[in-house]
Design a protein around this ligand. Structure first.
Ligand SMILES: [Zn+2]
Length: 302
């Protein structure tokens, strides 16, 4: 994010910057290791350490920054309960896709940077003592894009939830389908929905938390078909981006379009939950579901 900010700053012509802003910019560039960053929502400068201490929530406007997958897992599960599954599955380059660089080079760079093989992390763990299957889509790995591996791991997560009668909890943050895998990435939309339908048919329970940003083929597939859909405050959630829609419709979009609050009002999501309250809310929802397949079925019968 700091890199992006630096690029953004580099694009602003000096003449358009006020004296104060420009001197602040100069000062920022002199600082080692990007100690400060700018909030993408309110524009205030935040001390990076303070942001990390607050779970990457802006201290001024409460904007929820995108969270790396491993941090999300640590924040969601009880300490020491995470058992990762299917970490070894890696992407194939079936189309031998190349744009600015070969697809597998991009994957390799993302692997080196994130120390994980793919964008989706899944496994089992406990949320305030309740055992769950957890799947976290990490935006920092190729924009959390869904290719064959992400699709396969979501399907496997749904399968272990079904076979072990465990609830499935998912977090999404994604730019959509992984274009480098062409139609095979689009196929994952059907595959993940079908796996979740099987979980549902077996009496399973699933929750999806959409975080900033959740877009494209991920919003249009598994993220939207769970029993309960939550979102973090201010999260951008949609299929096509607002600019594409406005250009196509030749209409001005309503204020707050595609933000979590707008979608709550329209009924697309069930509730907005702050990051600081997420764990407790998930625990309560898991209790409502009865905690097991059997209990959930009995409730339905009654
Ligand atoms: Zn802010």
């Amino acid at each position: 994010m700091a890199d992006k900010q630096q690029k953004d700053d580099a694009r602003i012509p000096e003449s358009s910057l006020s004296e104060t802003r420009f001197s602040r910019l100069r000062k920022k560039k002199d600082m080692p290791g990007g100690l400060w960053l700018k909030c993408e929502s309110c524009g205030s400068m935040i001390y990076r350490k303070e942001l990390e201490e607050k779970g990457r929530v802006c201290p001024t406007c409460e904007f929820h920054f995108t969270l790396p997958g491993r941090e999300r897992i640590a924040m969601t599960l009880d300490e020491g309960t995470w058992v990762e599954r299917f970490a070894e599955i890696t992407a194939l380059d079936r189309l031998e896709f190349k744009d600015s660089s070969p697809y597998l080079d991009k994957v390799e760079k993302a692997r080196a940077r994130t120390k994980q093989n793919e964008a989706l992390l899944c496994g089992t763990g406990r949320i305030e003592g309740r055992e769950v299957v957890l799947a976290v889509l990490d935006f920092s790995f190729l924009g959390g894009s869904m290719g064959e591996v992400v699709g396969e791991k979501i399907a496997l997560a749904a399968e272990i939830a079904r076979k072990n009668a465990l609830p499935l909890v998912m977090f999404t943050g994604s730019g959509g389908a992984r274009m480098h895998e062409g139609v095979l990435s689009l196929m994952q939309m059907a595959k993940t929905c079908s796996a979740l339908a099987e979980l549902n048919d077996a009496g399973g329970f699933s929750i999806c938390v959409m975080t900033h940003p959740t877009t494209g083929g991920v919003t249009a597939s598994f993220a939207s078909v769970c029993d309960i859909t939550l979102a973090e405050p201010g999260a951008l959630i949609g299929f096509a981006g607002p600019r594409v829609i406005a250009t196509t419709l030749k209409q001005e979009l309503p204020a707050g379009f595609q933000r979590a609050e707008f979608l709550l009002e329209k009924g697309q999501i069930d509730r907005i939950v702050k990051r600081s309250e997420m764990k407790q809310v998930l625990a309560r929802l898991l209790d409502y579901a009865g905690g097991s397949k059997v209990a959930a079925r009995e409730t339905t019968k009654a």
